[in-house]
Design a protein around this ligand. Structure first.
Ligand SMILES: [Zn+2]
Length: 429
């Protein structure tokens, strides 16, 4: 069945009130400031119950998997046919925005509602998933990985990390909190999955853009090419020698700060070179400091600590930049008689979105006369776990002003409907 563009737009407009209402209900406990939908805490739980009631009122089948992910299903003609999954997370960071994550869940429900209004009959099931724990690292500390809900559902998580993850506010383990909420954390283990990748047609996550690109380029909708991987050096140091700022001439100094500054400037130049060569790269030194217990206005700095965060959608670019950084550190160290020690780079590989699915979304974008911009995602998302599990995965970005992970996220409802239209179109393919 071919979907008529005008009819789809009308159906989405008809459902706009219901989506706006659901966003308002999600936001309601925090009329001022940011939302607090804490992972495996009362904030996230409330959002899941709200969305479950909304889905059940729509007549969707509802179930909850062992990790607490909510699964709302619109049955297809053939229950054994491959399944489309769409959705995102419902938790937030502390003092977070209402649209980060939730937009993808509300969009899934809105797309299903619009397609039902058009009397579309899906060949296979269409599932809207509200995922747990994408922001877990904002609420828990310890040796564990974030994206707990999606990784657990895909059989990519371990029970032991749930025991190591301790809630920052009271030290209780994530394992204990999941149990208390009626989930089965003991079932979280590698290879034990709630989702069978072989049964999935694909996973599509709609999400607000968390950077300024779509606003800047005046496009309502983006298509994600890849989720950037990262290479991080958390504890880089430059060691020189403390000396009297007046008494020691230039050639006899081992100035740690000027050496570290030169390193950063040279990395910045290499960043420009990489971009000129058409590579995808961002480079950030987020921490850079002398030791306040030792430093002084009258001392040549003997030690500087700093961090490096490199991100790219190309694995080769990440590895090239790590090698270049080590080479620069060695050369500057020798010339300036200091020791720049970057320590090890912790590398997380990029997740490339499915080429066929991206192509299909391009076709949909043209069919709906959207001028969607293809761009990488700088932030991590549940979609990367689905891609790693071997499920064809794509992401649709919605234009969003004023950044994300803050209460000021500004997504226009019209942009949301435009992006939801593309999601609905894809779910009919
Ligand atoms: Zn998010």
């Amino acid at each position: 069945m071919k979907i008529d563009r005008t009819a789809l737009e009308r159906a989405l407009q008809d459902g706009a009130g219901a989506s706006a209402d659901l966003f308002a209900q999600l936001r309601a406990p925090w009329p001022q400031g940011g939302v607090h939908r804490d992972t495996y805490g009362p904030g996230e739980q409330r959002a899941h119950e709200l969305v479950r009631r909304h889905g059940e009122a729509m007549g969707l089948e509802s179930s909850v998997d062992f990790a607490g992910n909510l699964v709302l299903t619109w049955p297809g003609r053939d229950r054994a046919a491959p399944v489309w999954i769409t959705g995102s997370h419902l938790d937030s960071v502390p003092e977070g925005g209402n649209f980060d994550g939730a937009a993808g869940v509300v969009a899934g429900l809105a797309a299903v509602a619009a397609l039902r209004q058009l009397a579309f009959e899906p060949a296979g099931d269409i599932t809207v998933m509200a995922i747990r724990g994408e922001e877990a690292s904002s609420w828990y500390q310890g040796d564990f990985h974030s994206h707990v809900g999606s990784r657990a559902a895909l059989g990519l998580a371990q029970e032991a990390e749930l025991l190591r993850a301790r809630r920052i506010s009271d030290g209780r383990s994530m394992h204990e909190l999941m149990r208390a909420a009626g989930m089965q954390p003991e079932q979280v283990r590698p290879g034990h999955a709630a989702i069978d990748p072989a049964r999935c047609k694909g996973f599509i996550e709609l999400h607000i853009e968390q950077g300024p690109v779509l606003v800047n380029r005046m496009r309502p909708v983006g298509l994600v090419s890849a989720i950037r991987g990262s290479a991080r050096a958390r504890r880089a140091r430059c060691l020189g020698e403390y000396a009297h700022s007046g008494a020691v001439p230039h050639e006899l100094r081992k100035d740690a700060l000027l050496a570290a500054c030169e390193f950063c400037t040279r990395m910045d130049e290499a960043w420009t070179d990489a971009r000129t060569a058409g590579k995808d790269l961002v480079f950030t030194v987020g921490r850079f400091f002398t030791d306040a217990s030792v430093h002084s206005i009258t001392k040549v700095p003997g030690e500087v600590s700093f961090s490096i965060d490199l991100r790219s959608q190309e694995s080769s670019t990440l590895h090239e930049m790590c090698a270049l950084a080590q080479d620069l550190a060695a050369r500057i160290s020798q010339r300036r008689s200091v020791q720049i020690d970057l320590g090890p780079f912790n590398v997380s590989e990029p997740a490339v979105m499915d080429a066929a699915l991206l192509d299909s979304l391009r076709t949909g974008s043209a069919a709906l006369s959207l001028d969607a911009l293809v761009l990488p995602s700088g932030a991590g998302h549940d979609a990367q776990d689905f891609a790693r599990a071997g499920i064809p995965t794509a992401m649709i970005f919605v234009r969003n002003d004023k950044g994300s992970h803050n209460p000021d996220e500004a997504m226009d409802m019209q942009d949301f409907l435009t992006a939801t239209g593309l999601l609905a179109w894809q779910l009919t393919q």
